[in-house]
Write a protein that binds this ligand. Structure first.
Ligand code: 3VV
Length: 219
């Protein structure tokens, strides 16, 4: 495979492109703790068989919580900067549906730079269910897409997914640790070829490949 695309060694500061940026370590600890508890709430609500009176009381508490937090808002599109990523590529959207640190609808997934590419471990509960006891195939694709995009970005080549192919090799179970890994396999002009797998107990349950097209940045 020809290698013509080069990692962007110096991306412009996204602030200069009009993005709001928050450093991950500046997110209030109270916010990340709240996100964690809301995740637990989502799971509890999805599975509850509590009596009606408890459900009604919980709804009132949630309404009060909404009143408290739904005031000033970060703009949609705000970026979070992860300082531990090497180089100027540690950006993602703060509410990213797969790993946004302020998004309680995202699973507790955190892709880290690995020797080759990126990797993460995550356990998905019943709110990620498709078939009984199994992770929804769309979520498997979403997690692979995120890992593939992050591998490209972590290699200095942030881009958009132009094409994504997923092979579901075995059922991916809920409530067990899953390992996700992804890496760049080649480049051609603005195209970045990436591959990823999800594993349970070392066995591949799903694999994905994608073409990420590097974003054309001004300057
Ligand atoms: C200052 C820094 C700020 C940075 C902020 C970065 C933060 C992120 C960092 C890190 C985390 C990332 C994690 C995210 C993960 C999730 C990713 C997603 O969910 S992305 C959303 C879904 N994808 C879309 O919405 C794309 C929609 N499509 C498009 O916008 C265009 O089609 C685009 C950009 C993909 C290409 O359009 P064109 O006009 O720029 O380029 P053309 O010339 O069409 O294509 C370039 C090359 O790609 C090939 N190509 C295009 N589409 C293809 C396809 N479907 N299949 C195969 N090849 C394709 C073409 O044939 C061409 O190849 P040839 O160089 O000529 O060989």
């Amino acid at each position: 495979m020809t290698v013509e695309a080069q990692p962007v060694s110096e991306l412009p500061d996204p602030r200069s492109l009009g993005f709001t940026v928050v450093a991950e370590d500046e997110l209030p600890a109270e916010l990340t703790a709240l996100v964690d508890r809301v995740r637990t709430l989502i799971d509890a609500v999805a599975h509850t068989e509590a009596p009606a009176a408890d459900l009604a009381a919980a709804r009132r508490l949630v309404e009060d919580a909404v009143r408290r937090v739904d005031g000033e808002r970060r703009p949609v599109g705000a970026l979070v900067q992860r300082t531990e990523f090497e180089g100027p590529v540690g950006y993602g959207t703060v509410t990213n549906i797969v790993e946004g640190p302020t998004n309680p609808a995202a699973p507790p997934l955190r892709l880290e730079q690995a020797e080759q590419g990126v990797r993460a471990e995550v356990t998905l509960g019943g709110v990620y269910q498709g078939p009984p006891g199994l992770v929804h195939g769309g979520w498997i694709a979403a997690m692979l897409d995120q890992a593939l995009g992050s591998a490209s970005a972590a290699a200095g080549m942030p881009g958009l997914t132009a094409n994504l192919t997923v092979d579901y090799r075995r059922p991916t179970p809920l409530d067990v640790p899953l390992e996700i890994s992804a890496r760049v396999t080649g480049t051609e002009r603005r195209k970045v070829f990436v591959s990823a797998e999800i594993r349970h107990n070392g066995e591949v349950t799903a694999e994905g490949t994608a073409i990420m097209v590097q974003v054309a940045l001004p300057g």
